[in-house]
Ligand binder design. Structure first.
Ligand code: C2E
Ligand code: MG
Ligand code: MG
Length: 576
C-alpha cells in the first residue's frame, strides 16, 4: 500500500462515518459551550415544551433531564414562564429569529441577566415545529456596567454622588425649578481648618473624618435635599423645592450638626464648617452661576470667621479681594520691612519680676493698617510663606538678643511661636543652630512655643524635640488644653513648660469647669516638674488666683500688652 492509497482510504473512512463524527462534534460543542441552549417543541395547543437542554442550561436554570417533555409553565416560575412564552409566540408570529435581553429571577431568588436569540426551525411545509434558544448569561457584564456607571458618578471615599453627578442633577433641578416656578438653594460647605487637621492628624484620620462628615450631611432631617462631594473637604448640597425659611433652617441644622463632636477611633474631635449659599432664581439662572456664587459667599463666610453661613450678594465679589490683597501683600511684607516683632512680658509670680517675653509678629499693611497675626498666620501657613516669615522671626529675635547682650542689658529670654508646618520643616533645626551660632547667644535664652496639634505624630515629634533639646533651647506647649493630645502623651515629651490657653483663663473665676481644668493643668505641670504660664490674664483677681494655685508666670493685658522693642528696652532691660 503506497502513501497515496493510505490517504485515500482515510478520506473514504471519514466520509462513511461522517454523520457519527458530526454528532460527536456537536455533542462536544454543546457540552462545553458557555451559552445556555434549549430546543423547544411547539405543541399543538400553542405551548412550548423542552426537547433538548445542554449542560449549561441544566445547571443554570436548575433544569434537569426530567424537564424534557415539560412545558415552560410546568418548569419555571409563573412570571418567567409567561414572559418567555410570549417571546416564543412572537417567533411563531414573525417567522424569523428574534433577540432580547431580560432579567430572570430563578427559584432561589438569584437574579440573572440574559441575552437570548430565538431561532425558528422550519419543516418542508413552512411550519415551525421547533425553536432553538441560545441564551448568554450577561449578569457579570451588566454588573460591570452598573459598577462603572456607579463609579463615574460617586466619590469612592464617602460614597456620596460626585461632581459629575452634581452637574447632571443641578441642571435638571434648575430646569424643574424653572418649570414649576420653584425656589432652589445651593450650599457650598467647606470644613474649617481641615488642612490643619490633615497635616497634624495624618491622611488616614483625615479620610476617616471626611467619611463621617459625609454621613452626617447625608442624614440631616430635612426634605428634598441631596449632598455631593465636590472634592477635598468641599461638599455641595442642592435643596430643591425650598423657601427662604427652609434654606435658613437647613443651614442652621448643618451648623448644629457640626457643634457635635466627630468620633474617630474612640476619640472626639470638633471641626466646624463654613457655608456659602446661593439661591435660584435670584443669584443665578444656571447651575454653574449658582456654584460660583455660593463659592464666593463661602469665601466671605471664611473671612468673617469660619463656622458661619453666608448668603450670596453681588457686593461680595468686591470684598473677596481682601483676602487676595493680604496674600499678595504678605509675599512682599518682609522685603518691604512691614513686619515687626512685638514682645509681651511674662510676669514671674514668685519674684514679681519680668525676665521673659513672648515674641509676637505684627504686620503693618500700607493700606489696610495693622493686620492681626490670627488673620495672616493661617494665610502664611496655607501659602507656605510661613517658612520665610518663620525664619525671619528667628533671625530677628536672635539678632535682638545679641544686641541686648552686647549693650549690657539684663539677661532675658524670648519665646518664639512655631506653627505646625514650621515644626515639621526639615531645615528648622539648622536654621535655629545657625542663628544661635551667628549671634553668639545662649541657647537657653530662646524658647519655642508649639501647639499640641503640631505634635501629633509621635515618632517625628520625639525626634525633632530631642534635636531642639540637644541645642539647648527651651520648649513650651502653647494653648494647652485646646488640642487633641492626651496627658500620657505629653508626659513623655521633653518639654519645659505648659501655657494654659486663654479660653480657660478668661472665665476662671466664674466658671467652675474652667477653674477645675486650670487647676488640673497646674497640678499636672507641677508633678511633671514643668513650669506653667497662664495666658490672657486681664484682671488682678485672676493674677491672685494663679498665684494661690502655684502657677509660675502670667502673661496678659492686665500686666502689659505686647510692646515694641524700644518700650521693652526702656521698661524692662535698663535698670532705671
Ligand atoms: P498665641 O501664641 O497664643 O499668642 C497669644 C495671643 O494672645 C497674642 O495674640 C496676644 O497678643 C494675645 N493676648 C495676650 N494677652 C492677652 C489678654 O490678656 N487678653 C487677650 N484677649 N489676648 C491676649 P496675637 O499677637 O494676635 O497673636 C495671635 C496668634 O498668632 C498667636 O497666639 C500665635 O499663635 C500666632 N502668632 C503670633 N506671632 C507669631 C509668629 O511669629 N509665628 C507664628 N508661627 N505664630 C505667631
Ligand atoms: Mg504663643
Ligand atoms: Mg497661646
Amino acid at each position: 500500500m503506497n502513501r497515496t492509497n493510505n490517504v485515500i482510504l482515510k478520506d473514504a473512512q471519514f466520509s462513511r462515518s461522517n454523520d457519527r463524527i458530526e454528532a460527536i462534534m456537536f455533542e462536544i460543542i454543546l457540552k462545553h459551550i458557555k451559552d445556555l441552549i434549549y430546543v423547544m417543541k411547539v405543541e399543538e395547543n400553542g405551548s412550548f415544551s423542552y426537547v433538548f437542554l445542554n449542560e449549561e442550561a441544566k445547571g443554570h436554570a436548575k433544569l434537569t433531564n426530567d424537564s424534557i417533555g415539560k412545558t415552560l409553565h410546568e418548569v419555571l416560575p409563573a412570571e418567567t414562564a409567561t414572559s418567555l412564552h410570549n417571546q416564543y409566540s412572537s417567533v411563531l408570529e414573525k417567522k424569523e429569529p428574534i433577540s432580547f435581553q431580560d432579567v430572570v429571577v430563578l427559584t432561589d431568588n438569584k437574579v440573572v441577566h440574559g441575552e437570548s436569540i430565538l431561532t425558528p426551525i422550519f419543516d418542508e411545509n413552512g411550519n415551525i415545529p421547533f425553536i432553538v434558544s441560545v441564551t448568554r448569561d450577561i449578569t457579570a457584564r451588566v454588573a460591570d456596567k452598573e459598577l462603572i456607571t456607579y463609579m463615574a458618578y460617586h466619590d469612592p471615599l464617602t460614597g456620596l454622588p460626585n461632581r459629575s453627578s452634581l452637574k447632571k442633577d443641578l441642571d435638571h433641578a434648575v430646569e424643574q425649578a424653572k418649570k414649576g416656578h420653584k425656589k432652589l438653594a445651593l450650599m457650598f460647605i467647606d470644613l474649617d481648618r481641615f488642612k490643619f487637621f490633615n497635616d497634624s492628624m495624618g491622611h488616614i484620620a483625615g479620610d476617616h473624618l471626611l467619611k463621617e462628615v459625609g454621613k452626617k450631611l447625608a442624614s440631616i432631617n430635612h426634605e428634598d435635599y441631596k449632598v455631593y462631594r465636590q472634592g477635598g473637604d468641599e461638599f455641595i448640597v442642592i435643596l430643591s423645592n425650598t423657601s427662604s425659611e427652609g434654606t435658613e433652617q437647613f443651614a442652621q441644622q448643618v451648623n448644629q450638626e457640626f457643634k457635635k463632636p466627630f468620633v474617630l477611633e474612640d476619640k472626639e474631635f470638633f471641626i466646624s464648617a463654613s457655608i456659602g449659599i446661593s439661591t435660584f432664581p435670584s443669584d443665578g439662572m444656571e447651575g454653574e452661576a449658582l456654584i460660583k456664587n455660593a463659592d464666593t459667599a463661602l469665601y466671605r463666610a471664611k473671612e468673617l470667621g469660619r463656622s458661619l453661613y453666608q448668603y450670596y450678594n453681588p457686593d461680595l465679589q468686591k470684598q473677596t479681594t481682601h483676602l487676595m490683597q493680604l496674600e499678595t501683600g504678605l509675599r512682599k511684607a518682609i522685603e518691604k520691612n512691614e513686619l515687626e516683632v512685638y514682645y509681651q512680658p511674662q510676669l514671674d509670680l514668685a519674684t514679681n519680676k519680668v525676665s521673659s517675653f513672648e515674641a509676637l509678629l505684627r504686620w503693618k499693611h500700607p493700606t489696610l493698617g495693622f493686620v492681626s497675626p490670627a488673620e495672616f498666620i493661617p494665610i502664611a501657613e496655607d501659602t507656605g510663606l510661613i517658612f520665610s516669615i518663620g525664619e525671619w522671626i528667628i533671625q530677628t529675635v536672635c539678632q535682638k538678643l545679641k544686641r541686648w547682650k552686647e549693650s549690657g542689658y539684663l539677661p532675658v529670654s524670648v519665646s518664639i511661636n512655631l506653627s505646625p508646618k514650621q515644626f515639621q520643616q526639615p531645615e528648622l533645626i539648622k536654621i535655629i543652630e545657625k542663628n544661635i551660632e551667628l549671634n553668639q547667644i545662649f541657647p537657653e535664652s530662646l524658647e519655642f512655643e508649639l501647639t499640641e496639634s503640631a505634635m501629633q505624630e509621635p515618632k517625628k515629634t520625639m525626634e525633632t524635640l530631642a534635636k531642639l533639646k540637644a541645642i539647648g533651647v527651651r520648649i513650651s506647649v502653647d494653648d494647652f488644653g485646646t488640642g487633641y493630645s492626651s496627658l500620657s502623651y505629653i508626659k513623655k515629651l521633653p518639654i519645659d513648660s505648659l501655657k494654659i490657653d486663654q479660653s480657660f483663663v478668661k472665665d476662671v473665676l466664674s466658671d467652675e469647669k474652667d477653674a477645675a481644668i486650670t487647676t488640673t493643668i497646674i497640678h499636672l505641670a507641677q508633678s511633671l516638674g514643668l513650669s506653667v504660664i497662664a495666658e490672657g490674664v486681664e484682671e488682678e483677681k485672676q493674677v491672685e488666683f494663679f498665684k494661690i494655685m502655684g502657677c509660675h508666670k502670667v502673661q496678659g493685658y492686665f500686666f502689659s500688652k505686647p510692646i515694641p522693642e524700644y518700650q521693652l528696652i526702656e521698661h524692662y532691660l535698663t535698670n532705671n
